[in-house]
Design a protein around this ligand. Structure first.
Ligand SMILES: [Mg+2]
Length: 300
């Protein structure tokens, strides 16, 4: 008699899963081939993946696999951290927002990814926490937030969208800037008018921001803090667009800066919206960010 391990399979059915040729059967059969008894749960609304992890994972589950977009992964991980779950998590990307999946180099074939999860080794990754809410790869605030929520669409990818918006700006004085005071754990402080600020732990965002893979590590206890200042004239405006496309960023000076941080505080004159992994998150006047080092084990 073989001993089964137990797998909690959380699926967001809205993430392109209602197609005729759904890969679910094949994936569940694959799990079975690897001796997993699979408990299948579908999310019905936002936040469900977190609740499902809380409800089921501590009942003898050996592995959690979530299937959906980056938002589903975000919710699954939030649940895992909440209950201090210390076993592996697998992620099968199947949504419209798969920035992080792309960054990890996951295949676009769900069955292929499922196989990687069955055969791969878990690796620790850091998770970010913004005002107490977890996120996997990006927390951002800037001009794009208001526009994208107005169209009630989720941000497809933060910087792709951002660059698109920037290019659409005929006159740079239309840009919405936010006065921010940023203090980091290393004692650096930045005070300026910014058009975008983001905490990232990823190699790329939307094909626009690409960070040197030799320079970014998902488990170094550090996130990259990206700060883009408000351009004062058309020359600066063009410099920003150019440095985003050419991926030339300055550490301490310049209009597009990137520094590594463990934690940071950001003060605004008024509350500003944030996007956490592409989902809306409420910002406050006083905001705090910190890294949870090696928070989860991801198989990829
Ligand atoms: Mg890192």
């Amino acid at each position: 008699m073989s001993t089964y391990k137990r797998l909690l399979f959380i699926i967001n059915p809205n993430a392109g899963m209602r197609r005729k040729e759904s890969p679910l059967n094949e994936i569940i059969m694959l799990f079975s081939d690897y001796n997993y008894e699979t408990i299948v749960c579908f999310t019905k609304k936002q936040g469900d993946a977190t609740d499902l992890v809380e409800d089921h994972a501590n009942r003898g589950i050996d592995l959690i696999v979530c299937m959906g977009g980056d938002g589903t992964l975000n919710e699954t991980i939030a649940g895992a951290i909440k209950i201090k779950w210390n076993r592996p998590i697998g992620y099968i990307p199947a949504g419209s927002t798969n920035d992080f999946a792309n960054s990890l180099g996951l295949s676009s074939d769900p069955v292929e990814v499922a196989k990687t999860i069955m055969e791969g080794k878990p690796r620790c990754i850091d998770i970010g926490e913004f005002n107490g809410r977890q996120f996997v790869y990006t927390a951002a605030s800037g001009i794009f937030t208001k526009v994208s929520y107005e169209t009630s669409q989720k941000i497809k990818n933060v910087l792709g969208h951002f660059a698109y918006l920037l290019e659409g700006v005929k006159d740079f004085t239309q840009l919405h800037s936010i006065h921010m005071k940023i203090r980091t754990d290393s004692g650096m402080s930045y005070e300026d008018e910014f058009i975008m600020v983001a905490f990232c732990n990823t190699f790329q965002m939307g094909g626009v921001l690409a960070l040197d893979e030799g320079n970014v590590e998902l488990d170094d206890g550090l996130f990259e803090l990206l700060m883009i200042s408000m351009p004062r004239d058309i020359v600066q405006f063009n410099t920003i667009i150019k440095s985003l496309y050419e991926q030339s960023y300055d550490e301490d000076s310049g209009l597009v800066r990137i520094v590594k941080v463990k934690s940071a505080n950001i003060d605004f004159p008024a509350a500003e919206d944030w996007s956490l992994d592409g989902e809306r998150g409420d910002g406050k006047m006083h905001n705090s960010f910190n890294v949870i080092h090696d928070a989860i084990q991801l198989i990829y």
